[in-house]
Design a protein around this ligand. Sequence first.
Ligand code: HT7
Ligand code: ZN
Length: 876
Amino acid sequence: TVPFRLEDYRPPAFTIDRVHLDFALSPSATRVVATLSLRPNTEEAQNGTLELVGDEIVLKGLMLNGIPLDAGRYEALPASLVIRDVPLAPFTLTIETEIDPAANTKLMGLYRSGSAYCTQCEAEGFRRITYFLDRPDVLAVYTTRIEARRSEAPVLLANGNPVESGDVAGTDRHYAIWHDPFPKPSYLFALVAGDLGLVSDSFTTMSGRRVDLRIYCEHGKEGRCRYAMEALKRSMRWDETAFGREYDLDIFVIVAVSDFNMGAMENKGLNIFNDKYVLADPDTATDVDYANVEGVIAHEYFHNWTGNRITCRDWFQLCLKEGLTVFRDQEFSSDMRSRPVKRIADVRTLQARQFPEDGGPLAHPVRPEIYHEISNFYTPTVYEKGAEVVRMLETILGADDFRKGMDLYFERHDGEAATVEDFLACFADATGRDLSQFALWYAQAGTPQIVARGHYDGDAKTFSLTLAQSTPPTPGQPTKQPMHIPVRFGLIGPNGEDLAFSSVEGAAVEGDVIHLTETAETIVFRGVASRPIPSLLRNFSAPVRLAIDMSADDLLFQVRADADPFNRWQAAQTLAMRALIAGTADVLTGRPVAAQPTLATGLAEVLDNEELEPAFRAQVLQIPSEADVAREIGQNVDPDAIALSRRQLRLALARALGPSLMRRYQALGVKAAYSPDAADAGRRALRNALLDLLVATGEDEAIAATTRQFHDADNMTDRLAALASVSSAALPQRRELLDAFHERYRNDPLVLDKWLTLEATVPAAETLDRVKALLSQPGFAHSNPNRVRALVGGFSAANPTQFNRADGAGFDFLADFVLDLDRRNPQTAARLLVAFRSWRALEPGRRTRAEHALRRIAAAERLSSDTLDIVTRTLA
Ligand code: HT7
Ligand code: ZN
């Protein structure tokens, strides 16, 4: 297929100012009448040919300016409608199409979720509803009329404000009309119809307007929407105070559906959510689920300004709305919860998801320049690295100038479809800064590496710091230019406080930020009283890898004393990573795994330090995952050796921490009724991290405590944590507990997803057979992306030893599953395949088997463009 290229962008020949949509809903034959007010937009329109796109569309009628068109004037195919000799002045086109929501298993366009109708139009789903100029730079004002049988769909929703509703005389049908006054691209269109439960509230905006707030869900689940509603109100207030952004319609609606390809969708005034990110109560949601609900509600709400009011000119600019909105939701959550702990969690996610992408065959720039299938570019690079780029901009400019740039962006581009250049120009214009080198962050793929070396001259009282940057080659980009990297730093002195310096030479240093812009720079700090320990990349000020030769003692000092909590955590991780890599080498060569007294000392001190918040201590106790170690090792990876080394290290740490683990676990016991707030969640996180280490010992007392917690817990966080510890340690007790959990929650699909994932991630040889058996159990549905991701995604992305089985059976299973799913839901199928992204880093035996599975997929007939795109790039 022919790829799309950024350099080929041309404005549309025609544009659409107004859209009137009329839906007559019926499960298998929905009629859509679209009346489009079109006009020529560029010179290209002069040739009089209008080309609209469709996808699996059946045309039923076509009129131009109200007059049916002769068959000779147009050609209608399922994927396009081409009309010749259209007027060179404004005209209307009325298109009648018929679609089959019940047969729509791709979950793009109009489809059924349970007994409801809903839509998903981003990125290219609107063309599955009607022929259209389905591109984000065509902004129109939409009016939507929906008609359905009242008994089937008492609730009729679309974007904007409600205008009118009533019965269709003489029938069992009713209708509703919605009008959205804000011009929007087609990807933000939405419709929902069905028999749904409702939770209502209201919000008064900063200018005193009252906004009707509604959350619709499955009947009976209204009580589980309360937290989401509170999170929505917090988000609305926060956007006013942090960014000066006020909501603009009379009503804001969220609908929770159970069949959804992604997390949620920011359709104007009518957000549609995967119910996993709306529903939460103590018995069914963990603390992490609550935090995710809050974060996703905020994210979609924040899109109202960064995405909807200002949208993207084309899909290459996806990071313009996604990276920026992730940054905004991260900031919101930091303000609602603990800022350092949120930063650590976000960086963990970045390193676990984006770093491997950036270091493998699927690497692409934050703003890609070429794509075959846009739905494959909703990636950690566009989202999470995109957010890091915005964060660096804030670090470079400072909070006040960053806000000035944002204000200018909102003022200058409101109502427009913008580009990354437009965005950066606002910051340059508002502050007078030159951001031309910084713009490379959007264009160059790959994770830069900084190699740092420090030297202290006690006589001259100078500290010289040399920083060298390089970015590895990535697909299509063999060589890289140096980037503008903000390195936040401190020089830690012997008493733990940051040392002062009298002057600095050799690079631009502003406050506590070094602006690294050259390939290599040496910075000389003068007047430094004693040998410092350099604390670099504080708060993870840039998405890079840092290599610095520091002794274990210096790292331990950093764990104890760094003024930057992020780097305290990072130093502990570095100590643990060194131990895990050395341990893996020991396992492979048959040597006994060495003890790690420095790491154990650091962890014990953090654990005992009551001045540190519990959630932070929990993060420090969580040593790098097997996948983190595999990424760090980078080549000839043997997942079994890593798993064994990690198990042994955890056992050694548990033994070194000794009886204090149990004592602390008991001291943190339940004090009051469950609350999902950050402080209580932090205490639970610490307690459960302790329990997980205790379970690693396999001692009877630890297992008894875990079983007790599983049965006695008054909340899902504690119950699931106990179960996960027993299950991930593959203890024999796991079967009884997993079965008990299943029995208790057998009728709750979202909770069963947790169980499916635990079943799929047991690190034991029988797991693959268990996963295969679960595929045909009643709780599993191939048509539901949440179930698929929980079971098959859990197995392939979160069970390193079993997915990467030496006999290749894990790879073969995923290949078979993807080939089957691809025929029904290509987006979800293609996403599962991403589990192969690091196949080249495996040891030769596994590498060969992974390649064989990938080649088998590539050779299959009738692959979707989604799956073909991923498999081709993975193998390239
Ligand atoms: N903007 C949303 C993207 C999205 C999506 C993309 C492709 C296929 C299905 C999808 N559902 C939602 C999500 C977001 O807010 O980032
Ligand atoms: Zn988004």
